[in-house]
Design a protein around this ligand. Structure first.
Ligand SMILES: *Cc1c(COP(=O)(O)O)cnc(C)c1O
Length: 302
């Protein structure tokens, strides 16, 4: 099967992406019983690696998974995957599944947790060539899985709500989707958080969402630029009448949303606040306070 080029770390070995395979008896495959995180590498530097790894460890802890390696070793594995892949810009994922048990026991405590990491080419939810045009999203009536059932702060693969939402969006002529909660407030999209901009004030859903690293970065950058940011319930109508809207994700950074349910947001083009944040975001990618070189990590081995 054709897969993107890259290198994976699986069962204590580095292998080409096409050879990275797990048992069909893994709880991760059978029950979506896993957590994961994605960090990106830009010009051979990891962006906010510390924050991603801390979130990954916290996600694992919350769902009773145990990482087989410590934090320094995990950093080394991720850097090794990127280095061996040869990619300058990479999408780097770490996955921890419940794993398999030798007896096919139905007790999750009997399974041996499995760590898989990989580096493949950088992926975009919205390619920079289309930045001016922006994303077209639908706000679906398919409800996001409630936080009382699956904690959205644990990055997870319970994606059927999102995937059904995507089909709903395609039917309605949009390319991506945002789901609401039971109260009609916005939550998030498949792999991205959402912001609405009214004048110079940003608002973003405060609950029922993954606390995205890009979301946090956008909040910090906006505040440092003197903008007001409100983390609160944001009703779907507020997005429809916003001056600007944008999505945030490690898979592409800060990305303008220019159409909601086929109607233009503001004048239908990427707005000035969003563009300012996009510039600030990419500018931070070689700042040593926010990024670390792949070789810098590898050189710790000696
Ligand atoms: C990964 C993800 C995001 C974005 O998080 P980042 O850390 O910014 O990449 C938002 N929502 C969901 C559901 C996600 O899986």
């Amino acid at each position: 099967m054709l897969v993107p080029p890259g290198i994976a770390y699986i069962d204590h070995d580095y292998v080409p992406m096409e050879d990275a395979k797990i048992s069909v008896l893994d709880w991760g495959f059978l029950h979506s019983d896993a957590t994961y995180d994605v960090v990106h590498v830009w010009k051979r530097r990891f962006f906010r690696l510390d924050v991603h790894i801390d979130r990954f460890l916290e996600s694992a802890r919350r769902i009773h998974l145990e990482l087989p390696v410590g934090k320094p070793e995990l950093e080394m594995i991720l850097a090794e995957c990127v280095s061996r892949s040869g990619h300058e810009d990479a999408y780097v994922e770490m996955v921890l599944t419940r794993g398999t048990s030798p007896t096919f026991s139905r007790d999750p405590r009997d399974a041996e947790n499995r760590l898989v990491c990989f580096a493949i080419p950088f992926g975009w939810i919205l390619h920079p060539d289309r930045r001016e045009q922006g994303l077209s999203v639908a706000v679906s009536e398919i409800q996001r899985i409630p936080p009382a059932s699956v904690d959205p702060r644990v990055k997870n693969y319970h994606w059927l709500d999102f995937v059904m939402g995507l089909y709903d969006a395609y039917d309605r002529g949009a390319e991506n989707v945002i789901l609401k909660d039971a109260g009609g407030n916005l939550t998030e999209g498949p792999g991205f958080n959402v912001f609405a901009v009214h004048a110079q004030t940003l608002s973003t859903p405060r609950r029922g969402v993954l606390e995205g690293v890009t979301r946090r970065t956008a909040i910090e950058l906006a505040r440092s630029l003197g903008m007001a940011v409100e983390e609160r319930d944001v009703h779907a109508d507020e997005l429809a009448n916003a001056d600007e809207a944008f999505a945030t994700s490690t898979a592409g950074g800060i990305m303008p949303i220019t159409r909601i349910n086929t109607e233009p947001v503001g004048d239908g083009n990427a707005g000035p606040v969003t563009k300012r944040l996009i510039d600030a975001y990419w500018h931070k990618h070689d700042d040593p306070d926010w990024s670390v070189g792949v070789n810098e990590i590898l050189s710790r081995k000696e």
